[in-house]
Ligand binder design. Structure first.
Ligand code: UD1
Ligand code: CA
Length: 468
């Protein structure tokens, strides 16, 4: 089976610099869905017809498909013509549009089977729509399809027809090749319509068949951003339902967003407000949310994370994150680690069983196992010009509000006294204190009170809140 995706249209109704077929839903550009559906239907090397935006589309799809160029978008018929040199002389061809992300491989397979069974020259995938506006209508005579008429070319009676063309076809190449060359652009849009093939086949005495699509979401074409939003919602429903049936608990599907590229294991629980994006993976036993956004991140078994933002981070088994933590690219969190509230980690490894429980910044650091980062302790990784590394060995105890001025190394088992600013390396098992020693001046309160009292004599009466 051969397959073509038409993707050279301008997509003017999107009102964007970005070509329409590169708009994403659920984390994947529309044109990828079209290619995937053809592959699912057994097309080994789909042909994608590209135009003005060829370079950006080729950058997204890569070398796994073949490309045909349609330099000027002169209509869907012209687009298919552009693909002909890459296709065999004979055999069956599936044609789809790149703006139908909900179309499935199963539907394409059913279309191809019906086409082969019926022996038609062209089989059109159709839909009965309550509101057919904007779609081409199937015109029948005594039950037989005789033409497809575009909305803009339809007369009032034809506009009443609810049976529409989805824009997906199965064609017999040897029958349609000559007819494609004969298409004309005599219509309201001055374009070469692929849909005119239907009347051309009928005129030759050939056979046109139709197959109604079972789920008419699949027929949905995305032409503007409202249709994109609706398609996104349907696709999201599909993804959520599929994961639910594979053992993922969703407390609130309406506030859960999972990209099509994400992988989840059974027995994952997603609480409200979870957004999982890109290549994110989640192992079993994880409880994520409420409110978490993870992009290209990995969760091993049994992680619990709430109110967290992760980007290119990985989290070891049974770690606990949040509430309110931010794991930036290169964060590698070990097993049984606790990352608590108001903690930011960047490009750092946190060894197993370590704790960074409150109000810390850890950047460009390597922490060993069982390290305790006291409340408010931070790595000072940036000197205004470049970034430097902090290395902390196993079992180090970092007191509250310690600054580690990188590059600096603290060897295993050392203690850093609270409030210290550590600029020099600390040896194994040592205690580092890097702060001024406290001085207590006994009875000094009386001195201060006397001083304040004298000031008050010369000026106004003491104000509220002053020392009496
Ligand atoms: C098309 C059909 C219409 C059908 C509808 C279903 C025609 C003439 N009309 O209309 O009957 O109901 O799809 O959604 O075919 N493209 C090119 N080159 C071009 C023009 C378009 O590659 O010169 C591509 C587009 O990128 C798009 C697809 O063909 O992926 C469909 O084009 P679009 O302009 O969206 O067609 P519709 O007006 O929706
Ligand atoms: Ca369309």
């Amino acid at each position: 089976m051969q397959g073509v995706v038409l993707a050279a249209g301008q997509g003017v109704r999107m009102k964007s610099e970005l070509p329409k077929v590169l708009f994403s839903l659920c984390g994947q550009p529309m044109v990828r869905y079209a290619v995937a559906a053809l592959r699912d239907a057994g097309v080994a090397e789909p042909v994608v017809v590209v135009g003005e935006h060829a370079a950006s589309i080729e950058a997204v799809l890569g070398a796994h498909v073949r490309y045909a160029q349609q330099p000027v978008p002169r209509g869907t018929g012209d687009a298919l013509r552009a693909a002909l040199p890459l296709l065999p002389q004979q055999g069956d061809l599936l044609v789809t549009c790149a703006d139908m992300p909900l179309l499935t491989g199963a539907t394409l397979t059913a279309l191809a089977q019906w086409h082969q069974h019926s022996g038609a020259a062209i089989t059109v995938l159709t839909a009965q729509l309550p509101n057919p506006q904007g779609y081409g209508r199937l015109v029948r005579d005594e039950g037989q399809v005789i033409a497809i008429v575009e909305e803009r070319d339809a007369d009032p009676a034809q506009k009443q027809i609810h049976e529409v063309n989805t824009g997906v076809y199965c064609l017999r190449l040897q029958d349609v090749r000559p007819l494609l060359r004969q298409l004309t652009a005599e219509n309201a849009q001055g374009e070469y319509y692929l849909t005119d093939l239907v009347a051309a086949v009928v005129a030759q005495g050939g056979k046109v068949e139709t197959l109604p699509v079972e789920d008419f979401d699949e027929a949905m074409g995305v032409n503007d951003r409202w249709q994109l939003a609706q398609a996104q919602q349907r696709m999201q429903q599909r993804i959520l339902r599929a994961w639910a049936l594979q053992g993922v608990s969703l407390l609130d599907p309406a506030s859960t967003y999972i990209d099509v590229t994400v992988q989840l294991a059974p027995d994952v629980t997603l609480l409200p407000g979870v957004v999982l994006e890109g290549e994110t993976t989640v192992a079993s036993g994880c409880v994520l949310g409420p409110n978490l956004r993870a992009t290209d991140s990995h969760f091993e078994e049994g992680v619990q994370a709430q109110y967290a933002v992760l980007n290119q981070a990985s989290v070891g088994s049974r770690a606990q994150l949040g509430p309110f933590c931010y794991l930036r690219p290169g964060s590698v969190i070990g097993a049984d680690v606790k990352i608590g509230d108001f903690v930011e980690i960047k490009n750092s490894t946190i060894g197993a069983q370590s704790k960074v429980p409150h109000l810390s910044y850890v950047g460009d650091a390597r922490l060993g196992e069982r390290v305790n980062m006291g409340c408010g302790s931070i790595t000072v990784n940036f000197d205004g010009v470049s970034k430097h590394e902090t290395i902390i060995g196993n079992d180090v105890f970092v007191g509250c509000n310690v600054n580690l001025v990188a590059p600096v190394q603290v060897q295993e088992g050392a203690y850093l006294a609270a409030g210290s600013t550590i600029t020099d390396d600390v040896h194994k098992q040592a205690l580092a204190i890097a702060r001024h020693r406290q001085i207590n001046k006994e009875g000094y309160a009386a001195v201060l009170q006397k001083k304040h009292g004298e000031q008050a004599v010369g000026g106004k009466e003491s104000q509220r809140g002053n020392v009496p």
